[in-house]
Design a protein around this ligand. Structure first.
Ligand code: ADP
Length: 407
């Protein structure tokens, strides 16, 4: 059996995973990655379900559990671990790569995890309360169960750490910046994946000035020039920028002061509000899911989508200003890949930048496929490119594994 790399992307109610075979490493090189399995444990604590597919997309596991059997992420990890071991005759992956949302000011690259790294990442949990504690859970569990296995932390912030200083700063005193109050930016693994795929998928724009729109339940945009991130709509935490499923996006800091002082809300209540009850859900009062809002004729659903489209179009303009021009716009993630109506509305509002959508191509993007959706004459090319953060994590994990093996 070939060596494998496991990738874990652990969230609050799901653990996404991919397993890759390392092929061609016998000749002394690092080898390359062949997808073996892709799946998730979803509905943790409510309707837990383990579902996995092989590289051909065929379902190889579909098991449901009671909420009592899988009440939390620890239990979900145990189920996933025993299923993976049974499938692979007891063999454990040679390395595990993890998505870790926040790398703080320290990590501008992905790293092998030791006690010191883990302690630093735990300190950053308050900056990503929705994600970081979940991201670190499987790391701790595997360190106990398999202490010798290489574990790698891949950060959503790392791709953005080369931002010019003006994009990394808030207009606050220097001491706060030194304390780490900076505009980090997130979704970096997704942007890095898109930047990596462009030379093969769309070579004419790979070196250009791009805005990549990662529109999922978390949403942000990134200005990329010659493959490097210049700025992002997200900042110190993953709350800033575009409105999201349950997060508000850009919000005057005075609103927080008002909630604290005039309305007497506690910090915990405000945190809950900002991470769970705002965004599309808060505006519509109906749902955080764009599919539900598109299917509703309630005017509040319409307002939530109008706001999402409006803010997205403002962000494209602002990032085009950071790039001093625009050669291409790339849509990715759940909404970006699957919601042609939203893409069309955003593109219409950004026509002034030279974006001309091919409506037929936009309506016919294949599931999980990449496609050019602007007309030939469009000055700015528009693409839909499916993201694959887990493959990017596997790529970095393999690199670090290769370096360790060559030592
Ligand atoms: P995450 O990985 O952050 O959970 P995704 O990138 O998978 O998020 O995006 C999930 C969101 O994408 C859903 O909440 C939904 O709003 C949107 N979405 C997924 N499929 C569709 C679709 N066919 N049409 C419209 N929106 C969709």
């Amino acid at each position: 059996m070939p060596d494998t790399i496991l990738v874990a992307n652990a969230g609050s109610s799901s653990i996404k995973f991919q397993l890759f075979n390392i092929v061609g490493a016998a000749s002394g090189g690092t080898g390359s990655l062949d997808l073996d399995l892709k799946g998730q444990v979803e509905g943790i604590g409510s309707h837990p379900r383990l579902i996995a597919r092989n590289a051909r997309g065929e379902v190889v596991a579909d098991e449901s559990f009671t909420a009592a059997d899988v009440p939390d992420a620890q239990a979900a990890l145990r189920q996933l671990g025993s299923w993976l071991r049974a499938r692979h005759g007891g063999a454990f992956p040679v390395a595990v790569g993890h998505r870790v949302v926040h790398g703080g000011p320290t990590y501008d690259t992905h790293v092998a995890i030791d006690d010191d790294v883990l302690a630093k990442l735990e300190d950053l949990a308050p900056l990503a309360p929705l994600h970081q504690p979940n991201n670190l859970l499987p790391i701790r569990a595997i360190r106990v169960a398999q202490p010798d296995v290489l574990q790698v932390a891949c950060f959503d912030t790392a791709f953005h750490r080369g931002h010019p200083e003006v994009a990394d700063r808030y207009a606050i005193p220097e001491a706060l910046y030194r304390d780490g109050v900076r505009r980090y930016g997130f979704h970096g693994l997704s942007y890095e994946y898109i930047a990596h795929t462009l030379p093969a998928l769309a070579p004419e724009i790979a070196d250009g000035r791009l805005v990549v729109a990662h529109l999922g339940s978390g949403a942000s945009m990134c200005a990329i020039r010659s493959g490097r991130s210049l700025d992002s709509t997200m900042g110190f935490t993953a709350l800033d920028g575009l409105p999201m499923g349950t997060r508000p996006g850009q919000l005057d800091a005075g609103v927080i002061l008002h909630l604290l002082t005039s309305m007497g809300m506690t910090a915990d209540a405000i945190q809950h509000l900002l991470y769970h009850d705002c965004g599309l859900k808060g505006l519509s009062g109906i749902s955080n899911d764009v599919r539900d809002l598109l299917g509703s004729d309630d005017p509040r659903a319409g307002l939530a989508l109008d706001y999402f489209v409006y803010r997205s179009s403002l962000a494209i303009g602002s990032l085009a200003a950071a790039l001093e021009g625009l050669d291409a716009l790339v849509f990715t993630a759940g909404i970006g890949e699957n919601a042609p109506a939203i893409r069309a509305r955003i593109c219409r509002k950004a026509r002034w930048l030279g974006i001309e959508l091919d409506e037929a191509a936009n309506a016919a993007v294949p599931a999980a496929g990449a496609r050019l959706i602007s007309i030939r004459a469009s000055r700015v090319k528009v693409y839909v490119i499916p993201t694959d953060e887990e493959r990017m994590i596997a790529h970095h994990t393999l690199e670090i594994l290769g370096r360790q093996r060559r030592r």
